[in-house]
Design a protein around this ligand. Sequence first.
Ligand code: SF4
Length: 210
Amino acid sequence: MEGERERSYLIKELFGPTLQGEGAHAGTPCVFLRFAVCNLACAWCDTDFRPEGALRLAAPEIVARLEALDVHGARLVVVTGGEPTLHWDAPLADALRAAGFRVHMESNGTRPLRAPVDWLTVSPKPRWHGVGDRLVLTQADEIKVIVEADLAHPDAALLERYEAMAFTHRFLQPCMDERYPEHLARAIALATARPRWRVSLQLHKILDLP
Ligand code: SF4
């Protein structure tokens, strides 16, 4: 707005075109918008979300960069982080929608969503929430739970809690660390025994995509 300083957003990286790697839309062409900064500090985190080296961009600059990346016209942006709900607001949501982008967001679910998205993935990290399970986003298109066989995570009680919440799709995703075969075996066993869940693999890692 004239006379007002336009808000800028702390962006760690924008990249694409690539494929969404996880969940119900695995394999779908998209571009990525990754915000800096997270409110959690999960031990398994493989994402550099530190603000060092991040870009400060206004909404029109973000849209212009995503349009330039979206060379095949997929018009799907996956918004992640860090924790995207720390930044996400109506002006950016409106700017992306006006440019024809559908927005799919992945959040750790511990903060409210201040503006709408087209698809919300909640990926809770209950072992790292600090005090119990601080999940506030208990309604979403999908929930994705990381499976760690060595820590017996998630246990049956946690899965039952998530089954009682309003998630349309439920995914168990084995952690891709050095014990991946054990995590995968446990994810398969859990999903086989609980038909409301499916296994999600990190397709982008298997295909060596960014
Ligand atoms: S919530 Fe996600 S981005 Fe944040 S520390 Fe945990 S794994 Fe990393």
